[in-house]
Design a binder for this molecule. Structure first.
Ligand SMILES: [Zn+2]
Length: 634
């Protein structure tokens, strides 16, 4: 997954705290022979954003039957407890007589007499509104909007039976005739008002989300991979065709970079754009979730087309590289995923780190970005990684990622996780005289394991060392399994690159670091809250702001009262500054020690001091050769 912290989130964080849920236990044991479960969902009968689900497993040979909704799903690394959205579970025998159902905990129900069971029915709520849904990632969530759009991340709707994770499902969906399904799930039949899909096992219920929407989509092919891109835009602002060229160019480059390590036949990109209300419901969360042959992407609809293109390139390239890992290279913990207990692999440095690193490296290797851009991405990752616990071994964090304090460090998989891979790449290039890089290692692992065969979690490091060099083993021991922070300078110097002090361009004039706005809410004497200036950057100082100023008017707009209800208005007010152009004139009003003051100036280019990565002027031919091998694969 790429959990993208976009501009709107920084602001919302001022006002919102997200809650995490915990989860109950798990029961086990097999009770029934393999079977096909008939699932039925009727999208034409929606009430209060709820749907009725029917699952028909047929009778069980004997004993009690346990029904589960998943608690954890692959790629999210946190508890979602989808049982919370299920109510009114009923069980029936084949004469349509009710059987007793007991809810054991949030995600588990039992039916005492399995021999009599014919089918169960229940009501599901979506995650896009209501109190419970806001802590589920929207890209893994469910949206039920009558006659308009349905995001069917089916793990939020269809559960599984004890012992039945490997059973196949036939999912019959009745739909309004003007909505079209987009999905990589195998489709058995299709009419204007009914589709029947087949999931080979419960895994596919999770791995193949379905988006029912108006028919706004484009397709293109990458040699032998057919790519489909479907968009739902609530007001119709964004169209699939606007993004086709950008996505096609980017994915062609990815395919060239990956070589034959990708055996996918088709790939679906499902983009659902959110309203401001939904963005707020999710606390500003936007991003994407990876699947074997598709990805679900959610962004705020109010983002302008150019910025949305940039976000799509970063997010979709990351998700598409997940087809390498974990999809083609993963451990037993991922393959036999435990949907109701967090049993995690120690290799997040690879699942997320390698993916994120390649999503940057391919851009320079394929000529989409230049060296300076690549260096600034890596230096930003170094700066951001320092905001997490740099002494926490990555393997320990990974194994425990669903629990605190490890969960708080999850974001570092995109920062330090990528940097771990950068260092490994440099080591392997150095040791092989430039001939091999970390991509070669991953291609070899994908060839050996592939989709169907997991590796043993505890043996991966030894296997990679055996394929490469002892220096790689020392690196894993010291910096991935060990507590020692990585001395980046040591590794970058090998490639004639140095880390020095520099200026970093900020995403908006209102930010003092890439994450920190210049204002914060503080209580005042009247017992309400003010927005007080708590930090400055070069442009804010130039315009005349001082720390302690109380912001009253922001470029012509009065600051509303700082209440929960006004969050959307505040968000919009500050959000527009991210799109301001450098030559734009802006005006503000502040209260300084009680006295009103008007401040004026141009937006300019706001910067913050940062660590910059640059090529050394006096690099030796050996260093330059290693740098070229690393950055360009030659
Ligand atoms: Zn990811």
């Amino acid at each position: 997954m790429l959990y993208s912290l976009s501009k709107y989130r920084f602001l919302l964080l001022l006002f919102i705290a997200l809650l995490l849920q915990s989860c109950g236990g798990l029961q086990n044991a097999l009770t029934k022979k393999s079977n096909i479960i008939e699932a039925h969902i009727d999208l034409t009968s929606v009430a209060n954003d709820q749907l009725e689900i029917e699952l028909n497993p047929g009778p069980f040979p004997k004993g009690e039957v346990t029904f589960y909704m998943p608690s954890v799903i692959p790629g999210t690394y946190e508890y979602s407890n989808f049982g919370r959205f299920v109510s009114d579970v009923k069980a029936f025998d084949k004469n349509n007589q009710p059987l007793e159902v007991v809810r054991n905990e949030t995600n588990t129900w039992t039916i005492a007499n399995g021999k009599k069971l014919d089918r169960i029915t229940y009501t599901v709520d979506d995650t896009f509104d209501g109190d419970e849904g806001s802590d589920v990632y929207p890209m893994g969530g469910t949206k039920i909007e009558k006659d308009e759009v349905f995001l069917l991340n089916l793990h939020g709707m269809v559960g599984y039976f004890k012992g039945g994770k490997e059973w196949a499902y036939h999912v019959t969906i009745d739909s309004p005739s003007d909505l079209v399904p987009f999905s990589s799930m195998e489709r058995i039949s299709h009419t204007a008002t009914q589709d029947v899909f087949r999931a080979g096992r419960y895994f596919n219920i999770i791995d193949d989300p379905i988006l029912y929407t108006n028919d706004d989509s484009v397709s293109f092919s990458l040699e032998d991979i057919e790519v489909n891109f479907a968009v739902y835009s609530p007001t119709g602002t964004h169209k699939a065709a606007d993004f086709k060229e950008t996505l096609e160019e980017m994915m062609q480059a990815q395919k060239r970079f990956l070589g034959d390590a990708n055996a996918t036949k088709s790939y679906d990109i499902l983009l659902l754009l959110m309203t401001m209300e939904e963005l707020q419901h999710y606390g500003g969360m936007q991003g994407a979730l990876e699947h074997h042959t598709s990805t679900t992407v959610v962004f705020y609809e109010g983002i302008d087309a150019e910025s949305l293109k940039e976000y799509l390139v970063d997010v979709v390239s990351h998700e598409f590289f997940h087809t390498l890992t974990p999809l083609n290279v993963h451990s037993e913990q991922v393959h036999y995923f435990n949907y109701n207990e967090g049993v995690m692999s120690q290799h997040l440095w690879m699942y997320e780190g390698t993916t994120e690193y390649f999503a940057n490296l391919f851009q320079i290797q394929q000529g989409l970005i230049d060296e300076a851009n690549f260096y600034s991405r890596m230096s930003e990752k170094i700066s951001r990684s320092k905001r997490y616990d740099d002494t926490l071994p990555f393997t320990e964090m990974s194994t425990n990622i669903v629990d605190e304090p490890y969960a708080d460090n999850y974001g570092n998989v995109y920062q330090k996780g990528a940097l771990i891979n950068m260092c490994l790449d440099i080591i392997i290039r150095e040791q092989s005289g430039g001939a091999r890089g970390f991509l070669d290692v991953m291609q070899a692992l994908a060839k050996k394991y592939g989709v169907a065969t997991p590796f043993t979690d505890s043996e991966l490091f030894d296997e990679i060392v055996a394929m490469t060099y002892p220096e790689v083993g020392t690196f894993f021991n010291t910096y991935v399994q060990g507590k020692t922070p990585i001395p980046y300078t040591t590794f970058l110097e090998k490639a004639g690159i140095t880390i020095s002090d520099t200026d970093q361009k900020l995403p908006s004039i209102i930010m003092t670091t890439p994450q920190q706005p210049f204002i914060a809410p503080q209580p005042n004497e009247a017992g309400t809250m003010d927005l007080v200036v708590t930090g400055l950057n070069n442009r804010l100082s130039e315009i005349g702001f001082q720390e302690g100023d109380v912001l009253r008017v922001f470029n012509g707009a009065e600051i509303p009262a700082l209440t929960q209800e006004n969050m959307g208005a505040l968000n919009m007010l500050f959000g527009v500054s991210f799109d301001w152009k450098p030559d734009q004139e802006v005006t503000f009003e502040v209260a300084r020690a009680g006295t009103p003051k008007t401040l004026r100036g141009t937006v300019g280019v706001a910067v913050a001091p940062a660590k910059g990565i640059t090529a050394m002027d006096n690099a030796t031919p050996t260093q330059i050769a290693l740098r070229n091998a690393w950055l360009y694969g030659k």
